[in-house]
Design a protein around this ligand. Sequence first.
Ligand SMILES: Nc1ncnc2c1ncn2[C@@H]1O[C@H](COP(=O)(O)OP(=O)(O)OP(=O)(O)O)[C@@H](O)[C@H]1O
Length: 234
Amino acid sequence: MLTLENVSAGYGTFQALFGVSLEVRAGEAVAVIGPNGAGKTSLLRVISKVIPLNGGHIAMEGQSLDSVPAHRVIELGIAHVPEHRRLFPRLTVEENLRMGAFINGARSRFDERLAFVYELFPRMKERRHQLAGTMSGGEQQMCAIGRGLMSGPKLLLLDEPSAGLAPVIVQQVFDLVRRIRQEGYTVLIVEQNIQQVLKVVDRAYLLEVGRIKMSGASQELLENDEVRRAYIGL
Ligand SMILES: Nc1ncnc2c1ncn2[C@@H]1O[C@H](COP(=O)(O)OP(=O)(O)OP(=O)(O)O)[C@@H](O)[C@H]1O
């Protein structure tokens, strides 16, 4: 579904990604793991064109994204749920969800998409008139994921959905990722919570200082001595 070939990107003269290649097949859940500053967020940003591609190629379902502007990426079926949720705090939950359905196809199917999101997150339905900024961190994360789903994407990019949440809520977020997969979405997730994320994805790539250092099936990485020592602390 998504392929990155030798991708380089950064911020001005600072290079954050160096020749990264990866693929996500339809129906898969794939994680990008790695330490702080490895370039995980930058990787999602270059896919959704928040930062420019300085080298290499990105394609979604065979269509090149190289010259697609950021505002059109969502029309190709890619929804990005950014780091720190980035909700509109002074809008209600439902207004935030509406923002996720701004593209043509999604707008005409708004009621259907909203019913789907409310079924997935009953808590959002209960809180639909509450200002998003007054919800707990876990609720805000659910709302951010719900907003991503409102466009009816094929591929969901999730940036550290567990960041800053209490352990019991982290568990709920990962259960949710599992559920989203069962619903048929393809997921590319960036996480620092390596042990947990490897339990819900099929495969993962380990990113270090902007380069893919290792990749493999989740179980393989969970059993890898280097990964265990450096990232799981076992
Ligand atoms: N807006 C920016 N301007 C300049 N440099 C940036 C910017 N955003 C990120 N960087 C730099 O790019 C590098 C990769 O950062 P990135 O946020 O992609 O890493 P990360 O793996 O997601 O880290 P974390 O897990 O801490 O969020 C870091 O050295 C960071 O300082």
